[in-house]
Design a protein around this ligand. Structure first.
Ligand SMILES: NC(=O)c1ccc[n+]([C@@H]2O[C@H](COP(=O)([O-])OP(=O)(O)OC[C@H]3O[C@@H](n4cnc5c(N)ncnc54)[C@H](O)[C@@H]3O)[C@@H](O)[C@H]2O)c1
Length: 470
C-alpha cells in the first residue's frame, strides 16, 4: 500500500474520531460547515518523472490464439464479467480469486456449466499474487475494490501479463504514474474497463463527431449521477466490507469520474491531438449520507455520527491545452434519476443523452431534431461495432450490452495483436481527476495542473478511429 494511502488512512482514523465527537446532535448545516477546509495544498504541477521504459502509445503485442484469463474479484461486477467473458470466442478463464469462497464456487459453476474446465481457485487474501505469477495466464482481469486496482495491475504487468482493470484504475497521482511507468517498462497492455465508451449513443455520437456532424467540439459534459445510498450503506450483500462507503469517509472531490469523462475524452482526442491542461473543482457540503443514515439507522447510530468527506455534488471543469472545456459531475447521494449527461457541443450543433437522447443541428439548432430526423441520423452514423455485434451484445447484456462490446473488443484486439481502444495514458489521465479534483476542492476550487502522462506523445498521436471487427 502506498504511503499516500497510509497517510490518508491515519488521517481518516483521526478525522473519524474528531467527527463523531464533534457532530453530536448539532444541526446539519453547522455540523458540516467545515467540510471544505482550505488546506495549504501544493499544486502538483506538470512535473513529469523521468521515463523508465519506452512509450506504449499504439502498442502492439504478440497475437494470442486464445486469451487465458485470471479473474480477480468476483463480487457484483466480477460475477457479471465471468458470464460475459464465457461468451466471447477465444477465451479461457484459467484461474479465479476472491476472498469470499461462495463467489469463487459460483463462478466456477458458471465456467463448468458452459463446458469449460474448472478454473484454479484462490480464496486467500493474496491469492491474486499467485494468479499473476502463473505461467498459463495472458490477461489479469480485475473487478476488486478501488484500493486494490493499481497494486494488482502493476504486479500483473511485472509478471508479464496484460492487465484489464475496473474503474477507476488509480486513485492517487502516484498510482497513475505507477501504471504508466510499469506499462512502459514491461511493454504490456493496460486497459481500464471503461464500459461507457461502448454504449450505443456514445459510440454513435463518436462516429458523428468523427464525420464532422457537430463541427468542432469545443465543450462537453459528462457525469456519474447515481443514487447509491442504499447500496453504500448495505451491511450484508452489498459492497465487500462497505468499501465504497469507506472511501466516502476519507475523500472528497470526484472519486468516480470516468463513466462520464471517458466517452467525451475519446471524442475530443484527449492524449491524441489534445490533452488535459488544468482543472477546477468544487463540491457541495455532505448532507445526504448523514440524512440517510439518520433515517435508516437512527440519529445515534455509528453511521449517522460518522463524518463523511465526500460532498453530495461535485462539479469539475477541465480545460484542455487547445482551449476546450469538459464539465464532469459526481453525485451518488441525492435522490435523482440516473444521469451521465453525455453532452457534446460543437460549432455546428450538439448532442445530449440524458434525460433523453437528443440532437440539435444548424441551421435550426434552437430546436432538437424531430424524432424521424433524429432516427435517420442515428441510423446513418450507427457505429460499426453496434452493427456488427450490437444484437448479440443486447442478448448477452451487461448494462444493455455495452459491457459485452467492451469485452469483445478487448479480446479481439489481444487475439489480433492490435493496440487496445483505451491505453494506460487514457487510464492515467482520466483517473488523475480523482486526486486532483479533491485537491482543488480542498483549495477553494483553485486550478490544479494535470500532468501530461504521454510525455509529449499526444502532440503527434491521431485521435482514436472508428474501430471495427472482421
Ligand atoms: N464499469 C461499471 O459499470 C462498474 C459497475 C459496478 C462496479 N464497477 C467497479 O467494479 C469494481 C468492483 O465493484 P463491485 O460492485 O463488484 O464491488 P464488490 O464489493 O461486489 O466486489 C468486489 C469483490 O472483490 C473481492 N475482494 C476483496 N478483497 C479481495 C482480495 N484480496 N482478493 C480477491 N478478491 C477480493 C470481494 O470479495 C468482492 O467479491 C469497483 O472498482 C467498481 O467501481 C464498475
Amino acid at each position: 500500500m502506498h504511503s499516500e494511502e497510509n497517510n490518508s488512512r491515519r488521517k481518516f482514523i483521526k478525522l473519524a474520531a474528531i467527527g463523531s465527537a464533534a457532530l453530536g446532535t448539532a444541526p446539519l448545516a453547522q455540523a458540516f460547515a467545515t467540510n471544505q477546509t482550505s488546506e495549504n495544498l501544493q499544486n502538483p504541477g506538470n512535473k513529469v518523472p523521468a521515463r523508465k521504459g519506452k512509450s506504449v502509445m499504439g502498442l502492439r503485442c504478440e497475437p494470442l490464439k486464445t486469451v487465458r484469463i485470471g479473474l480477480i474479484g468476483i463480487g457484483m461486477r466480477g460475477s457479471g464479467a465471468v458470464g460475459r467473458l464465457l461468451q466471447v470466442e477465444g477465451v479461457e478463464i484459467r484461474a479465479i480469486a476472491d476472498v469470499v469462497e461462495k463467489n469463487v464456487k459460483e463462478a466456477n459453476k458458471k465456467i463448468t456449466d458452459s463446458g469449460f474446465k474448472p478454473a484454479v481457485e484462490y480464496t486467500e487474501e493474496e491469492g491474486w499474487k499467485k494468479i499473476c505469477e502463473r505461467d498459463d495466464i495472458d490477461l489479469v482481469y480485475q473487478c476488486t475494490p478501488w484500493l486494490m486496482h493499481t497494486p494488482v495491475s502493476v504486479y500483473a504487468m511485472k509478471h508479464g501479463k496484460h492487465a484489464a482493470c475496473e474503474v477507476p484504475s488509480a486513485v492517487t497521482l502516484a498510482e497513475c504514474w505507477e501504471l504508466v511507468n510499469t506499462a512502459e517498462e514491461t511493454q504490456r497492455h493496460f486497459m481500464m474497463l471503461e464500459n461507457c465508451c461502448y454504449d450505443f449513443f456514445e459510440m454513435n455520437t463518436l462516429n458523428m463527431a468523427r464525420n464532422g456532424v457537430f463541427g468542432e467540439i469545443y465543450h462537453a459534459e459528462g457525469a456519474y449521477i447515481h443514487d447509491l445510498r442504499w447500496l453504500k450503506f448495505m451491511k450484508e450483500g452489498g459492497y465487500y466490507n462497505r468499501w465504497r462507503l469507506d472511501f466516502s469517509k476519507l475523500h472528497t472531490g470526484n472519486p468516480y469520474p470516468t463513466h462520464g469523462l471517458g466517452p467525451v475524452a475519446q471524442v475530443m482526442g484527449i492524449n491524441r491531438g489534445d490533452r488535459f491542461d488544468y482543472l477546477s473543482s468544487i463540491s457541495t457540503n455532505q448532507i445526504g449520507m448523514t440524512l440517510y443514515a439518520r433515517e435508516k439507522f437512527g440519529a445515534d447510530s455509528p453511521d449517522a455520527r460518522q463524518s463523511y468527506k465526500l460532498g453530495d455534488m461535485n462539479t469539475t471543469v477541465i480545460r484542455t491545452v487547445k482551449g476546450k472545456t469538459i464539465m464532469i459531475q459526481h453525485d451518488t447521494t441525492s435522490p435523482r434519476p440516473y444521469n451521465r449527461i453525455h453532452c457534446l457541443s460543437g460549432t455546428k450543433g450538439m448532442a445530449v443523452k440524458y434525460p433523453e437522447e437528443q440532437i440539435a443541428l444548424e441551421p435550426n439548432a434552437h430546436e432538437f431534431l424531430k424524432k424521424e430526423d433524429f432516427e435517420a441520423l442515428m441510423k446513418k452514423y450507427e457505429h460499426p461495432l453496434a452493427t456488427q455485434i450490437g444484437a448479440k451484445a443486447k442478448k448477452v447484456g451487461g448494462h444493455g450490452g455495452m459491457d459485452f462490446i467492451m469485452d469483445y473488443r478487448l479480446i479481439y484486439c489481444l487475439r489480433k495483436g492490435l493496440p487496445l481502444d483505451q491505453d494506460v495514458y487514457d487510464a492515467a489521465a482520466w483517473c488523475s481527476i480523482v486526486p486532483l479534483s479533491e485537491k482543488s476542492v480542498l483549495n477553494r476550487g483553485n486550478s490544479i495542473d494535470i500532468p501530461d502522462f504521454t510525455r509529449g506523445a499526444w502532440e503527434t498521436a491521431s485521435p482514436w478511429p472508428i474501430v471495427t471487427i472482421d
